[in-house]
Every structure is written in C-alpha cells, then in structure tokens.
Design a protein around this ligand. Structure first.
Ligand SMILES: [Zn+2]
Ligand SMILES: [Zn+2]
Length: 373
C-alpha cells in the first residue's frame, strides 16, 4: 500500500490547497444557495481571474522566467501584484522552479516531472518537500530587479490584501450602496472573487504541468513529453501549445500560428503597440517549420522501420512510406540549407512546405490505420 511520507509533507502549502478547495466546493454553494450572485460579483470574479491568470502567463512565465520580452514598470508591477494573488509563491521562486523544469524536463531535477505521475506533476510536487531543497542559483538576473525582490519579500501579504481583503471590501461597499446587507456582499467578494478564483486559477496553471504534458499532439518534437492542445490553450490562457513552447521557450508566443488561441500573446502584442513592453522575441518561421519537418521525418522513419519488420503484409505501405521519408528528407535539407545561409524565404514557399509536410503526415496516419491488424 502507498504510504504518505509525513515527514516530508509541506503542511502550510497542503493546508492552503486543501482548505481553499473545500471552501470553494462547500462554502461557496451554501452561500450561493442562500444569497445567489449578482452581476457585480460575477464581473469582479471575471476581472480577478483574468488579471491573476494573465499575471502568471504573461508576467511570471513569459516575462520573468523566459525573458521573452522587456516590460516597463507598470506591467512589471501589475503582474507581480496580481501574480501574488494566485498564491503560487513569489515570482523568484516560481521562475527558479520553472527554469529547472525546462532544463531537466521529464528527468530528475524537473520539479514537476510528469514521469513521476500525473498527480505529482499537477499538485504533489507542491505538497511534499524535496530533500534537500535545490539551490536557487538560476535566477541571479531576477535578483537584480528591485520590484521582483520586493514582491519576493512581501508576496503573502500582497496576495492576502489584494487577492482576498480588497474583493471583500469592494463587495461590502457594493452591497452598502445597493441598500443590501454589506456583510453578505463582503462574504460574497471573499468567496467568489477571492477563494473560488484562487482555486480556479491555480488548477488552470497546474494543468500546464500535468495535462499539457499528457494530452495533445507533438508537432515540433517528441523528445520530451510536452504537447500542443487547443482545448488546453483555452483553459490556460494560451499556454496549451506546450510542445512548441518547450522547443522554443524564448518566443513570446506559445500559440505560434496567428489563429491559435493565445490571449497572453495578444496581450503582449497589444502592450507593445501601447509602448508598455518591447523587444518581443520571435523564432523565425523557417526555423519553426524546420522543427516540424524534422519531427515529421523522424516519425515516418520510425514507422518505416516498424513496417519493414512486419514483412510482406506491409510491403506496399512500406514502399509508400519509404518514398515519403525520402521526400521529407529532401525538403528538410533544402530548408535547413536556406535557414543556415539566412536566405529570406517567401511566406508562400514556407506555406507550401508546411502543407506538404502536413499532408504527408495525414497520409501516413491513414495508411497505418488501414493496415490489417
Ligand atoms: Zn512544461
Ligand atoms: Zn516555460
């Protein structure tokens, strides 16, 4: 039987995670049953959820952990204050863990290593202490940032005041001016925009470490567990294109295609037009396509080897896949040469290559599916 290592339990974090979940699951329905919810409480929940999630994805993640753009003080301050309201530790701690996640992904040293199981990657890693705690020697650049260090020092106070007390006070006065019981308004603000929003925001962020390493496709690389999924992108404010992100972590976009759902990327882009952020880092299109082609080629080669071992039954398919591999290899080398020689490629040429790669992958899946078992 699995035994809980009680000596390693992180009691404060565990109590917080379980306590807030219980309040959201039991306290909130009781409140809603008795008092219902008005549009104002709902709007405050929505504002707080968006502000918190964006502060984690745009601020903690893309700005501070990956330095994928530079931001002026108002953006840094906003994301640090509302990031604290997520109760996911200070930005300094978060970035240190996250940089180790990228460096050691799926291996010892990755704090939320998915190979240790779904629940470990989702929440277990927070509930148990590591012996010994890894050194925070990978965030020295952030230590020079006075705002980051200020937030590191007061993170729990900022979260408590801005994330829980402020919505309660706003709820109090809203009801007061409506001629309703102000204490009910305060309790509503605390439960809805406060606690329930924290629980939703936390699990949506934790999904990036659990589900985004479990469900979806791997168009850019299968050398790690990270996956691309449009559904996950909706739940995580754009972070669901995680396979791309692990391949090109310094790109400010996670959903790199213009149509991919990534509100964090749209926010960063809009802020750049307003002059609040600058230096947005983008991986050149040719290099992105090259990764996609390399992965397609590897996949086709792997299936070809399998088909060859199946003997005559798979002969015809095997020949078709062989042709495919040769074509993919030729395209890949041509593009690789162009990228390394820094030849400017037209959007049309890139699109044609991309379409051809995807069509071949579709054909491959179809042929394999049609193969007699
Ligand atoms: Zn990841
Ligand atoms: Zn990342």
């Amino acid at each position: 039987m699995y035994r809980i290592p009680f000596d390693r339990v992180n009691w404060i974090t565990s109590s917080f995670l379980i306590g807030t979940a219980l309040i959201a699951l039991i306290g909130l329905p009781v409140y809603l049953f008795h008092y219902g919810i008005d549009w104002f409480q709902f709007a405050m929940f929505f504002f707080y959820l968006v502000a918190t999630m964006m502060s984690i994805t745009v601020g903690y993640h893309r700005l501070f952990s990956h330095l994928s753009f530079k931001a002026k003080t108002p953006v840094r301050l906003f994301t640090l204050v509302f990031g604290a309201c997520a109760f996911e530790n200070s930005c300094l701690d978060w970035a240190s863990d996250h940089r180790r996640h990228h460096k050691h992904v799926d291996h010892e040293g990755d704090p939320y290593d998915i190979s240790k199981g779904f629940m470990w990657a989702h929440i277990g890693w927070l509930m148990f202490k590591l012996n010994p705690e890894p050194p925070m020697d990978n965030v020295n650049d952030l230590r020079k940032d006075k705002l980051v260090m200020w937030q590191h020092e007061y993170v729990h106070w900022i979260g408590l005041v801005v994330g829980l007390i402020v919505p309660s006070v706003i709820g109090f006065f809203w009801n007061h001016f409506q001629g309703e019981n102000p204490l009910v308004g305060a309790l509503g603000g605390f439960l809805i925009a406060g606690v329930a929003r924290i629980v939703v925001a936390q699990h949506c962020t934790f999904f990036i470490n659990s589900l985004c390493h479990t469900v979806g496709r791997q168009p850019y690389s299968s050398s790690h567990s990270a996956r691309d999924s449009a559904i996950m992108a909706v739940l995580t404010f754009g972070e669901g294109y995680h396979n791309y992100h692990h391949e090109f972590q310094h790109d400010y976009r996670n959903g790199v295609k213009p149509w991919q759902w990534d509100p964090s990327k749209w926010t960063i882009w809009t802020l750049s037009k307003l002059g609040l952020v600058e230096g947005l880092r983008r991986v050149p299109d040719g290099k992105i396509l090259l990764a996609e082609m390399r992965e397609a080629k590897l996949r086709a080669e792997k299936h070809l080897a399998e088909l060859k071992s199946q003997g005559s039954a798979a002969q015809r398919v095997s020949e078709a896949v062989n042709e495919m591999v040769e074509r993919l290899a030729a395209n890949y080398h041509e593009l690789e040469k162009a990228v390394s020689e820094r030849v400017t490629l037209s959007q049309k040429a890139l699109r044609d290559w991309q379409t051809e790669t995807r069509t071949m992958m579709k054909d491959l899946r179809r042929m394999l599916a049609e193969l007699p078992a």
